[in-house]
Design a protein around this ligand. Structure first.
Ligand SMILES: Cc1cc2nc3c(=O)[nH]c(=O)nc-3n(C[C@H](O)[C@H](O)[C@H](O)COP(=O)(O)OP(=O)(O)OC[C@H]3O[C@@H](n4cnc5c(N)ncnc54)[C@H](O)[C@@H]3O)c2cc1C
Ligand code: SF4
Length: 801
């Protein structure tokens, strides 16, 4: 144990990170005491937004549990704020009267949410958004109340608003300014953001000033300066933060907005340092973790007698943790005499970019909608790259070339995790020297990815780049039969050469030797993808619809939906369908949502005969497989069509039909940007342009509607078909069974999927794999039933005469 006493006031993000850095440099130099006001051990405050948005639990955001303090010999004075700092006698006193002596003291008391000093601000139901307790209070309120008002349309206010929507409340955001996040965004980007948030259900009252909060004991309404009133049960104040400096002021330290520190984080009192949101360096008080962690590193060097050039201030960047609203902002984002800007707006993709240039260098960035190039621009800004050789087009180019440079191509010195300042070189070294195989392990060893989490997809890409398919994910069992994750199971299937579900259950010690209805179809699929040639499909491991090759209806009868590629049919097909429907007295004939004709209410025992008489192939309308391709009439008949959408749709369908995928895979081809086919909500959507095709991926209808994202624009039909094949195979290889493409892309990271599909080498090899996997295995299931009497009897004999 150390000889010198180090006391940290504030058990938050910057302070504890400083202690971690100190322990890494010298774990025996100090006897450490941490004084914490909150009743929790150190947690990731940033992730409170995810807790409110129901993406994480409170447990999951605890970064250092009690055991960490014990393991590192740290005394934690818990839930007991420091109330006095005596710099003469070098001791800190807490609210409970505990006196702790120090040789060195770090103040890291952070900030508090600023509560507007208006009438009613003290009423029950008025909260800030800063702590676990604030968050739990909001979650509790949401259980009993309906109407929430968030005052402040900045980063935190909007994350709170989205969280309250996800908690089931009706939410109105009140903002004083003309557009949202006015410090980080310019007007156009702010308006796009507002539109997207409105679509997620948030209401806005802009340029409104709150005058009073009304109510007797609890919040009842808000009164505005223009005399109008809005009813509310919960008011979240998110109008800014104020550094917590009381204890420093009383101790006589030099305090302005924050506790004034020099380049070595030293305050005006000997032996007392400050880091984090409570500190003011060179007139700046920072409110994001990246600069605070930089401060922590410097202070750790100082306190362990390491070499340091000191802290020189930070360039900050911002993004918003609300899915569906991708934005990035950094640097100076307002034009001045010597700062000019260039911008691009893509109305179709709802994306906007603006770069601010001074002396041929990028000094500010605003991106909205498409943030795929944030790293490229941020590197330019951070490194002061001279852009004289780039013109407006090459600078703003959004696809291909430098723009889509993958993290694998970055320099070792480039920063992957901005929050924690971790470079690519550090991550690659950790992966290779410590045999890391998952993003979680990389985060644990390097700290990359464990703050805002935005760089996790880059880390995943680096892992894949360095160790290929040895990448694993955190163990989250696929069902109650096993604790093994999908990736672990697939890995073992590979390594142990397992070829049947039974072998998997046995060899991998599944609790249930027969598996269950959840894991049986999943394992069958993983076996099929892993050993496409050797694996014999186990019909009994398939869901009933797939076993019967028809969708079972709510009365136990089935649907029959023949294939009509690209939605195109012929009079002969129509006649046949009509005759069959009439002969078997099919109760419902319906045009489906995917441009086919469905016969509904067919008796099980009639299925084989109906298929025989139809003499058409099955549209796989029941399968976790490639479904149909929806097309518009396109250039052949429509005034606006620029491409042969039907032709391309049919080609896509012919090329990929009957291929098994983790979940259903739907496609659409529109011949022009009017997108009559709604290509923007298809797993693979194509929109024809004058001279090519835009490709959108990951759009899902269904229970969770997701908009597809623009993958790229290509010129030829063959490129469309190839990208589709590559996506299908990558989805097959990495998708979790029953995971649709939108969550799949979210899990892997859009940028990662994009980089794989747009890499010609990877794309080619995926296509080869797909071809090999499906060779000779793509028969119409009904043809097989019709030629196999046994199968027919076994499955369809009920009452058949
Ligand atoms: C909801 C939310 C979302 C955020 N999202 C992002 C994001 O996406 N990206 C980003 O970079 N930043 C984000 N931030 C900001 C980030 O969390 C802060 O910049 C960071 O937590 C500041 O670290 P700190 O240690 O200075 O303060 P804190 O983490 O606030 O820690 C200070 C601690 O000191 C304690 N304390 C105060 N006074 C005393 C006392 N007298 N005695 C003992 N303890 C005391 C406080 O209770 C607190 O626990 C977010 C913040 C919030 C609230
Ligand atoms: S998408 Fe274009 S071509 Fe197709 S029907 Fe609509 S307008 Fe016509």
């Amino acid at each position: 144990m150390g000889t010198e006493k180090l006391v940290l006031i504030g058990n938050g993000m910057a302070g504890v990170r400083t202690i971690e850095e100190i322990l890494e440099r010298n774990s025996t130099k100090y006897e450490v005491t941490i004084i914490g006001e909150e009743p929790y051990t150190n947690y990731n405050r940033i992730m409170l937004s995810n807790v409110l948005q129901k993406k994480m639990t409170v447990d999951e955001i605890i970064t250092n549990p009690m055991q960490w303090y014990i393991d590192n010999g740290i005394r934690l004075v818990h839930h007991d704020p420091a109330v006095r700092l005596d710099t003469e006698n070098k001791q800190v006193t807490t609210a409970s009267g505990t006196c702790i002596a120090y040789d060195k003291c770090i103040i890291a008391t952070g900030s508090r949410a600023f509560i507007l000093p208006i009438e009613g601000a003290q009423l029950q139901g008025v909260v800030g958004f800063r702590t676990i307790d604030d968050t739990l209070q909001m979650i509790e309120q949401a259980k009993n109340c309906k109407r929430a008002v968030v005052i402040g349309g900045g980063l935190l206010g909007l994350e709170a608003a989205k969280g309250l929507i996800d908690q089931g409340m009706e939410v109105t955001v009140i903002h004083l300014e003309k557009w949202l996040m006015e410090t980080q965004l310019n007007e156009q980007a702010g308006q796009l953001l507002k539109k997207d948030l409105e679509q997620q259900g948030i209401k806005f009252l802009m340029e409104k000033k709150t005058a009073r909060i009304l109510g007797t004991t609890k919040v009842e309404a808000i009164a505005f300066s223009d005399g109008s009133i809005l009813e509310a049960d919960l008011v979240v104040m998110s109008v800014g933060i104020r550094p917590v400096t009381g204890i420093a002021i009383e101790a006589g330290l030099h305090v302005e907005r924050g506790i004034v520190v020099d380049d070595f984080m030293a305050t005006s009192a000997e032996g007392v340092y400050a880091v984090g949101e409570c500190a003011q360096h060179n007139h700046m008080v920072y409110g994001l973790v990246a600069p605070l962690y930089e401060q922590g590193k410097v202070l750790a060097d100082v306190l362990t007698d390491g070499e340091t050039e000191g802290y020189r201030g930070s360039t900050v960047s911002t993004s918003l943790k609300v899915s569906g609203c991708d934005l990035f902002s950094a640097g100076i984002i307002h034009e001045q005499d010597d700062i000019k800007s260039i911008e691009a707006y893509n109305g179709l993709a709802n994306s906007y970019k603006k770069l601010f240039i001074q002396n041929n260098k990028v000094v500010g960035i605003v991106l909205y909608g498409d943030t795929s190039e944030e790293n490229r621009y941020y590197k330019m800004l951070r490194d002061g790259v001279d852009i004289t050789t780039l013109n407006a087009v090459t600078l703003l180019a959004s696809a291909g070339g430098e723009a889509s440079m993958s993290v694998a191509e970055w320099d070792d010195a480039d920063t992957v995790c901005g929050c924690n300042g971790v470079t690519k070189g550090t991550i690659v070294q950790a992966i290779t020297t410590q045999n890391l195989t998952s993003v979680a392990e990389v985060s644990r060893c390097t700290k990359a990815g464990n703050s805002c989490g935005k760089c996790k997809s880059d880390i995943g890409e680096l892992l894949a780049h360095v160790i290929g398919d040895k990448v694993t994910t955190a163990p989250t069992g696929i069902c109650a039969c096993t604790h093994l994750s999908r990736d672990e199971i697939v890995l073992q299937i590979h390594q142990k050469g397992l070829t049947t579900t039974k072998e998997v259950f046995q060899e991998l010690n599944f609790r249930n030797a027969e598996g269950c209805s959840k894991c049986r179809p999943a394992i069958n699929f993983y076996l099929h993808v892993t050993f496409p040639k050797e694996h014999i499909d186990e019909k009994e491991s398939r869901f009933v619809n797939e076993r019967m090759h028809g969708n079972i209806q709510n009365d136990g009868r089935f649907s029959v939906i023949p294939r009509m590629r690209g939605g195109k049919t012929t009079p002969q097909q129509l006649l046949k369908i009509a005759q069959v429907a009439d002969k078997y007295q099919v109760p419902l004939v319906k045009i489906t949502g995917s441009q086919r004709i469905g016969l509904y209410g067919v008796k099980k025992e009639d299925l084989p005969d109906i298929w025989e008489e139809l003499d058409m192939t099955s549209a796989s309308a029941y399968a976790k497989a490639v479904r149909s391709v929806k097309t518009c009439v396109g250039a052949n008949f429509c005034r606006f069509g620029t491409q042969d959408s039907m032709g391309l749709g049919i080609k896509l369908e012919e090329r990929f039909e009957y291929i098994d995928t983790p979940h259903k895979f739907k496609m659409g081809v529109s011949a022009c940007p009017r997108s009559c086919v709604e290509s923007g909500v298809k797993d693979f959507g194509v929109i024809g342009l004058e001279n090519g095709f835009q490709i959108y991926i990951g759009g899902n209808g269904g229970t969770e509607v997701k908009e597809a994202q623009l993958l790229t624009t290509v010129v030829t039909e063959q490129e469309v078909i190839d990208l589709c094949g590559a996506m299908l195979q990558y989805y097959r290889k990495t998708g979790i069974y029953a995971e649709r493409t939108a969550p799949w892309i979210e899990r892997l990271g859009f940028d990662h999927v994009k980089s794989v599909l747009l890499d010609p080498v990877q794309c080619k090899s995926l296509l080869e794999e797909l071809d090999e996997a499906v060779a000779g295995k793509r028969n119409d299931p009904w043809t097989a039933v019709r030629v196999n009497e046994n199968k027919e009897k076994e499955l369809y004999t009920v009452g058949r005469g």
